[in-house]
Design a protein around this ligand. Sequence first.
Ligand SMILES: [Ca+2]
Length: 604
Amino acid sequence: MFTFVLLGGLYVLSTITCGYASWGNPDSNVKNQANEFDKPSTQPHIIFILADDQGFRDVGYHGSEIKTPTLDRLASEGVKLENYYVQPMCSPSRSQFMTGRYQIHTGLQHSIIRAAQPNCLPLENVTLPQKLKAVGYATHMVGKWHLGFYRRECMPTRRGFDSFFGYLLGSGDYYSHYKCDGPGMCGYDLYDGEEAAWDQARGVYSTLMYTQRAVDLLAAHDPRRPLFLYLAYQAVHSPLQVPVRYLERYKSITNLHRRKYAAMVTCLDEAVHNVTLALKRYGFYDNSILVYSTDNGGQPMAGGSNWPLRGSKGTYWEGGVRAVGFVHSPLLLKKGTRCRGLVHITDWFPTLVTLGEGMLEEDLQLDGYDVWEAISEGFPSPRQDILHNIDPIYTKAKNGSWKAGHGVWNTAVQAAIRVGDWKLLTGVPGYGDWVPPQTFSAVLLSNRWHSERVRWDRGKSVWLFNITADPYERLDLSRRFPGVVKRLLLRLAHYNKTAVPVRYPAKDSRSNPQLNGGVWGPWYKEKEQEEEEGGATCSPTGSTRGGARRSGGGSRRGPSETSLLAGWRRARASLESQGSQAVPACRACLFHCFFGVLWDIWTW
Ligand SMILES: [Ca+2]
């Protein structure tokens, strides 16, 4: 159903309806057409569209029942990334996209940045928009940030974006733009720049709202100047909300979660269609590179599907980290192809900065590779391995040990690494079932749903798979190839020597939106920020003091002294056992790490 909204009587703008747009009078954007006598920039426009929680199978060209004609067409006309990896959750993927660096190198290796934590993407990291801005790009962000905001310097507009319209958090209500993070912790979460956008788009579905803003930005921008548009949709993360007309297309899906989710994906597909139309209409398309990516695997409990991959969002199985992704651009030299080389979300930083004619200084210490030739021309990818992560405070494998790790690695620690065809996992990788399509029956998802359940493997803390031969991780080869296991464990240990301390401060009750005018937003005052910057720090990131100092906040009951000491000892033993730089020089950091353990146990 197409709905049309007249804006100013100039042209028909149907993006706000989330229908596939048909455009009105093309002469109405004369002011934005490049003057043929003006020399256009050779730097390409970069449009990076990040979907939230879209599963591996939740795109038409992966065999889904969900209809995504736009994504299918854009991908088939461009290059499909079929060996493409992201991180298993929101903040980790976004941090790596923004910096081109692994989590062990930013301090964000544990979980997500939670709403009430005084934490954000460490300020000393140079961001992708900063690099592009330095070489003349206009930089705009629309959508979900989720990289922290406890102090104003963490806001997107202070991290390289000329403008920001969106959520600082994400996963709030799609219409009201309110987000709750526990009892009594609810607030408005829609910003325009650094101020709450109280009067804008109240009651408008966020997929439509963000598309509208993206189109407005394109309409207002001179295409002779290079543009970087980071469009990070809230869709298709839970809560499962969608305009009702999209549900009608999926009457055949009897499972209500899956049906709503499918409708949300199709609305997103239409939104991407409307953005691409605007690229053409306003003179950007011919010199544009559009990247489409999801940020992590799907969550089956919320309607997502990663079948036939194992696991889901939040895990280091392929279903958590192997992503939907493609590049669509007239600038691709070989279109209509599949890129089977390894590509990781850290690779966008060097790839896009190079395409934008920016500089990649050595002190950026990037973990990403420039993969443009692999994508555009089909050359082998320069990337041969991926450190999926090392999380030194996630040590829940009860039977993990140094012995199981051949004396070079404590397998209690959650870690995952890919080297060539091989993938090694240690610790507890997360929920590891397969969720076949028939799981989504008329019965609501519950009771761990299906016949592909993995029996709990007591005592197991190491897995090895040949992902090329066995992409579904059904055959553990760790006992058959102990030499390969040891080689990959040594690689993990080598990476771990380069790790920085984990930033995972405790909840700060002053973050409560009710203390901040009903809005989620920066709660540190200027004086505190100066103290934080001026005081002695425990780490190169200078990051952990604030959170540890303010650890008393929060509504949860406090732990007993016994558990406090035990947690402290576990955190210290874990860190020391890894021989990591994560062993802080001062007790405040250990205190912080210990709180992180408790926090994780309570909130995971
Ligand atoms: Ca996500």
